[in-house]
Design a protein. Structure first.
Length: 390
């Protein structure tokens, strides 16, 4: 039996780093004493008002085909959110709803890239970017962000990545896994380079609602490149709706038209009752979002202090999100060895950050999507583990 070359292109190269995470999840399901800090699924329940709206929508019969672009109410809510955050004046015709942000990223790749094209991605990067860009036959060109400089974007590194085959720049800000949010100078640099080299810019802003400090800088706020920016968003993390699969893209109308053609073949529209639930979240659940952001910030501070007090560990304080990068080279182990030894000794599961690119070598990614009591117990076990090593 033969398969298309596409199946090889979307395999990616870091699947094995998830093996221990899957083992930990299975052990947890069996009731074993493990603490899973290797995945970013919010531990909060979806807001009750969102659930109630979905149930009522189903009872009212919103269970049939929907518009490929999405319900007008949801798209208008996305427009209002985008306008208030970026200042960019957009219309519902510049919005398409997707099955989560991942679907939007994949659609962008298929609509923009051809075999032989190159796409720049800031690294460390989320694990699916590689397969997403390779799917249409393009090449991912990593712009390696130096851990020693706090994973900040360097001008020369970005410029040196540009070639005549470069077609687009993909980046996530705030970043998964680092929690870094690009500052004004970094955003202006990307805008400058995109204009100079006639590039598309795909801005993945899934974690924007969990910025803890300062002002967030949206590349869509720069009008001079508005005709080449695609902003991707999602309700998955902001409203604890990972399983609902509600995402979107805000882009020029020509791009939305092409994404609509693709969606016609792939999705044929999101379920109507889920779209109503998404509109409810955006319109009426700001309080739930604020509560979750405050809790994540408190957990971040707890972990950062705890890890800072453990000899051999060097945590990086995230500006946003639900993950913390921790340098474990002081343990004497590689990140992969550390993850394995930690789990075998303590039952605490964290993720080898090399899954996100070679620039994250020596780091593990730790999720704080757990209640405080679990986090404190995990920190206690990690401290004892490091003391035994010493």
């Amino acid at each position: 039996m033969k398969f298309s070359n596409l199946t090889d292109r979307v395999k990616g190269g870091s699947a094995d780093v998830w093996d221990l995470h899957y083992l930990a999840k299975q052990a947890s399901a069996r009731g074993e004493d493990v603490i899973v800090m290797s995945v970013g699924d919010p531990d909060f329940a979806t807001p009750q008002a969102v659930v109630d709206r979905a149930l009522q929508a189903m009872r009212d019969g919103d269970t049939h085909y929907t518009s490929i672009l999405g319900h007008a109410e949801l798209r208008e809510a996305i427009v209002e959110r985008h306008r208030s955050q970026t200042g960019q004046s957009v219309t519902p015709e510049q919005v398409i709803t997707t099955s989560g942000a991942q679907n939007a990223l994949f659609a962008c790749s298929l609509c923009l890239l051809n075999p032989g094209d190159e796409a720049i991605v800031l690294q460390p990067m989320y694990v699916t970017y590689e397969a997403t860009i390779r799917a249409p036959g393009a090449t991912l060109v990593p712009v390696v962000l130096d851990a020693a400089k706090g994973f900040r974007l360097d001008r020369d590194t970005l410029l040196n990545a540009i070639t005549p085959r470069t077609r687009a720049i993909f980046f996530a800000s705030p970043s998964n896994p680092t929690g870094v949010a690009l500052n004004r100078q970094e955003i202006e640099l990307i805008a400058e380079v995109a204009l100079r080299h006639d590039l598309w810019v795909i801005a993945d802003e899934v974690y924007v609602d969990f910025l803890f400090d300062g002002e967030f800088h949206h590349i869509a706020s720069h009008p001079e490149i508005a005709d080449r920016v695609i902003t991707i968003g999602s309700l998955s993390k902001s409203y604890a709706m990972t399983g609902w699969r509600v995402g979107w893209a805000v882009a020029p109308t020509a791009m939305i038209a092409n994404m609509e053609k693709l969606a016609l073949c792939m999705l044929y529209g999101l379920p109507g009752f889920i779209q109503q639930a998404g509109a409810e979240a955006l319109q009426h659940c700001a309080g739930d979002l604020q509560h979750m952001r405050a809790e994540y910030r408190r957990r971040r501070d707890l972990l950062f202090q705890a890890f800072s007090d453990i000899p051999g560990l060097q945590p990086l304080l995230p500006e946003a999100g639900m993950f913390m990068m921790v340098n474990v080279q002081g343990s004497g182990y590689s990140a992969g060895e550390f993850v394995e030894a930690l789990y075998q000794s303590t039952g605490v599961s964290v993720l080898d950050a090399t899954a996100f690119g070679a620039s994250a070598a020596g780091y593990v990614r730790v999720s704080y999507t757990l209640p405080e009591a679990k986090l404190r117990e995990a920190c206690k076990r990690i401290k004892h583990f490091m003391e035994k090593l010493a």
